[in-house]
Design a protein. Structure first.
Ligand code: TPP
Ligand code: SF4
Ligand code: MG
Lengths: 250, 353
C-alpha cells in the first residue's frame, strides 16, 4: 500500500514549546514537508531567529545556526557563500525581520542572495510578551500600545512583501496565510516554490506567512484564526508580489 | 617566498590570502580601506568571496555564517566599526566560531579622528561585547608580523574554535615596509562541527550560543573558561629585548613599541641599561614574565597612545613588586622618540624603585 501521509522526516520527534493554537508549528511542518518533497534534507542549513522560533533548531532535523536578533539574512549569506550547493533558509518573525533586521533583509534581497526566507507575521513581538511590532495593525492593542496603535504618533505598519517587491534582486515573493486547510495547502506550495527557486539558482525568495499569536492577542485559537482572516488579510493582501519566472508547474 | 614592499593593511590582506582565507566581509572606514579594496581585487583571483556588506553589523554576521559553515572568514574595520561589531563578536565567542577580525584602530571616543590610537585595548582584551569571553588578540609590531600573525591567527582560531583579533593602528596600517610573503597554503583543517548540510551524518550540526534549557548556560561557560585557561597556558607571545641586564624596562606594543625601541637604542648607546618588553599577544597577556622581571628588581615604564589601558595589565601583573610609570598620549597625538627618550632619562636620574 502506498503511504500518503506521515510525519515529515525533516522534523525531529520533539514536542514544540509553542503555545496551544499557535501557527508557528504548522509552518514548521510545511517547511519540513517541502524539504522532504524536494529531497534536500541532507544539504539544507537553517537559520533560527531571536523570537518564539529561537529553538527552531530543536525541531528541524537539518543543520542549523542560531543568529542574533534580525541578523539571519547576513548569517545566511555567509553560509551560502561558503556552500553554494547547500539550501539555506532563514525563519524570522516580524520584530526580527521588519524592525531590528530591516537592513539585513533589504540588502540580502537587493543582492539577490540565493537564499529562502520564511517570514512569520503575527503582528506582535510574541516571545517578549506581546509588544507592538512594525506590523501591528492600526488601532491594535499591545502591551506597548495599550490604547491601540495610534498611527498619528507611531506611524503605519510595514508591508514587507510590497516593499521588497520594488527591488530588482528578489526572484520570488509571496504572502500566504494558514487560517484554514485550503490556505495551509497554498502556503505549503508557496514555501516549496521558494525552495525550488533557490535550487534552480534564481536568487532571493521570501514567503511571508500570516500567523497567529493567540496568547498575546488574548484570543482562543479559533478566534485568533478568525482575526487573522478578518483583520490581517485586508491589511496584508495574499498573493505573489514578484516572480521572475514560473518554475516546476504542478 | 617573495620579498615585496607593502602597506601594513595590504600585508594583512595578502597574508590572509596566503593563509587560505577565502571569505572577506567588510564595510568602508578609514584608515583600513586598503584591506577591503585589496580583497575586492584579489579574492576573485583565488576563487574567493568578497562582499561589501551594508554595515559592520551585517559584515560580522556574515562572518558568523561563513565561519560556522567551515570557511576561513575575515572582516576588518576601524574603531567605530569595531564597536558596531561587538554584538556579533560576542555571539562568535559564545558559539565558538573561528574567524579573524582586524581592528586598524583610530582615535576616539565617538567618531573620533583618523589619527592612530591604542585606546581600543580594553575593548579588545576585556571582552568588548556582553558576557564572559575572550578573543585571542595579536598586536603586530612590523609589516612582516602583519603577514605572519594573520596566518597564525587563522590557525589558532580553528585550533581553539575562537575568534581572533589583530589589533593594530593607523600608522601600522599605512606604513610601507618590505615583507616576505609565504606561498599560498592549502588548508586541510577538519571541521566536523560545521554547518554544511547533514550529508549523511546521524545528527545535525548546530552553531549556537543560546543556553536557555536546564544547565546549558553553565555548561557553555565552563567549557569556555577551560578553553581560555588552555590558551593562557599555551599561547602567550612576547618579545624581550635587552631585559636581562636592564634596570628599567619599557612595556609597549605595536606603534609605540617602535618609538620606544628607537629611544631605547639611543640610551643603550649611551651605556644606559634599558630594555623592551613587547607583548605580541595582548590576550593572553604575558603576566608571568612581567612578574618574574619585577621579582628581579626591575622597574617599568608603559608607553601607550591612550591615557592608560595596557598599563593596568602591567600593574596587575607586577602586583606591587615593582614601580610602574606611565607615559601616554591623548588621542590625536603620537609620542616622539625624543619624548620617550626624555621620559626614560628622567626616570633613570630620579632613580630608586
Ligand atoms: C538585540 C536584542 N534585542 C532585543 C531582544 C529581545 N527580544 C527577544 S525576541 C524579541 C521579539 C521577537 O518578536 P518577533 O520577531 O515578532 O517573533 P515572534 O516571537 O513574534 O515569533 C525581542 C525584542 C534580543 N534578544 N536581542
Ligand atoms: S507567544 Fe504567540 S507566537 Fe509565541 S508561541 Fe505563544 S502563541 Fe506562538
Ligand atoms: Mg512576531
Amino acid at each position: 500500500m502506498q503511504k500518503v501521509f506521515g510525519y515529515p522526516r525533516s522534523l525531529t520527534p520533539k514536542r514544540t514549546h509553542y503555545c496551544p493554537g499557535c501557527t508557528h508549528g504548522i509552518i514548521h511542518r510545511l517547511i519540513a514537508e517541502a524539504i522532504d518533497d524536494l529531497g534536500i534534507q541532507e544539504q539544507t542549513v537553517g537559520i533560527a531567529p531571536v523570537g518564539c522560533a529561537v529553538l527552531a533548531y530543536e525541531y528541524f532535523d537539518v543543520d542549523f545556526q542560531e543568529a542574533a536578533h534580525g541578523r539571519a539574512p547576513a548569517v545566511a549569506t555567509g553560509i551560502k557563500r561558503v556552500h553554494p550547493e547547500a539550501i539555506v533558509f532563514s525563519y524570522q518573525g516580524d520584530g526580527d525581520l521588519a524592525s531590528i533586521g530591516t537592513a539585513e533583509i533589504i540588502h540580502a534581497a537587493a543582492r539577490g542572495e540565493n537564499i529562502t526566507v520564511i517570514f512569520i507575521n503575527n503582528t506582535v513581538y510574541g516571545m517578549t510578551g506581546g509588544q507592538m511590532a512594525p506590523t501591528t495593525l492600526p488601532g491594535q492593542k499591545t502591551t506597548t500600545s495599550p490604547y491601540g496603535r495610534d498611527i498619528t504618533k507611531v506611524g503605519y505598519p510595514i508591508r514587507v512583501c510590497e516593499m521588497l517587491a520594488t527591488l530588482d534582486g528578489p526572484a520570488y515573493i509571496e504572502r500566504v496565510s494558514v487560517h484554514d486547510p485550503k490556505h495551509i495547502i497554498k502556503a505549503g506550495r508557496a514555501i516549496r516554490k521558494a525552495f525550488e527557486m533557490q535550487i534552480a539558482g534564481k536568487g532571493f525568495s521570501l514567503v511571508e506567512v500570516l500567523s497567529t499569536c493567540p496568547t498575546n492577542w488574548g484570543l482562543t485559537p479559533v478566534k485568533a484564526l478568525e482575526r487573522l482572516k478578518e483583520e490581517m488579510i485586508p491589511y496584508y493582501p495574499l498573493g505573489v508580489f514578484r516572480s521572475t519566472e514560473e518554475v516546476a508547474k504542478e | 617566498m617573495e620579498r615585496v614592499m607593502m602597506k601594513g593593511n595590504e600585508a594583512l590582506a595578502e597574508g590572509a590570502i596566503r593563509a587560505g582565507c577565502r571569505f572577506f566581509f567588510g564595510y568602508p572606514i578609514t584608515p583600513q580601506n586598503e584591506i577591503p579594496e585589496y580583497m575586492a581585487r584579489r579574492m576573485p583571483e583565488v576563487n574567493g568571496v568578497f562582499i561589501q556588506a551594508e554595515s559592520e553589523v551585517s559584515a560580522i554576521n556574515m562572518v558568523y555564517g561563513a565561519g560556522g559553515a567551515g570557511g576561513r572568514a575575515l572582516t576588518s574595520s576601524s574603531s567605530p566599526g569595531i564597536s558596531l561589531k561587538q554584538e556579533g563578536i560576542s555571539y562568535l565567542a559564545g558559539a565558538q566560531v573561528p574567524c579573524v577580525i582586524v581592528n586598524v584602530a583610530r582615535g576616539g571616543p565617538g567618531l573620533g579622528g583618523l589619527t592612530p590610537s591604542q585606546s581600543d585595548y580594553f575593548q579588545a582584551t576585556k571582552g568588548g561585547g556582553h558576557g564572559d569571553y575572550h578573543l585571542i588578540v595579536y598586536a603586530p609590531g612590523t609589516g612582516q608580523e602583519m603577514v605572519d600573525l594573520i596566518g597564525l591567527a587563522f590557525d589558532k582560531a580553528e585550533e581553539y574554535r575562537n575568534p581572533v583579533m589583530i589589533l593594530t593602528d593607523a600608522i601600522m596600517g599605512q606604513m610601507m615596509e618590505p615583507v616576505i610573503l609565504p606561498p599560498i597554503r592549502e588548508v586541510t583543517t577538519e571541521k566536523p562541527w560545521a554547518t554544511t548540510g547533514k550529508k549523511g551524518r546521524a545528527k545535525p550540526n548546530l552553531i549556537n550560543s543560546l543556553g536557555i534549557i536546564g544547565e546549558d548556560l553553565a555548561r557553555i561557560n565552563i567549557e569556555l573558561q577551560e578553553k581560555y585557561r588552555k590558551i593562557e597556558t599555551n599561547e602567550i607571545r612576547y618579545e624581550a629585548d635587552g631585559t636581562g641586564d636592564a634596570d628599567l624596562i619599557v612595556v609597549a606594543y605595536g606603534t609605540t613599541s617602535r618609538v620606544a625601541r628607537s629611544a631605547i637604542n639611543m640610551l643603550r648607546a649611551e651605556g644606559k641599561k634599558v630594555g623592551l618588553l613587547r607583548p605580541i599577544t595582548l590576550w593572553p597577556f604575558p603576566k608571568q614574565i612581567l612578574a618574574d622581571l619585577a621579582a628581579q628588581g626591575k622597574r617599568f615604564l608603559v608607553v601607550e597612545m591612550s591615557v592608560g589601558q595596557l598599563v593596568e595589565d602591567v600593574i596587575l601583573a607586577v602586583n606591587d613588586r615593582a614601580k610602574v610609570d606611565f607615559f601616554g598620549k591623548l588621542n590625536g597625538t603620537v609620542p616622539t622618540v625624543r619624548e620617550v627618550y626624555n621620559t626614560i632619562n628622567a626616570l633613570l636620574q630620579k632613580g630608586g624603585a
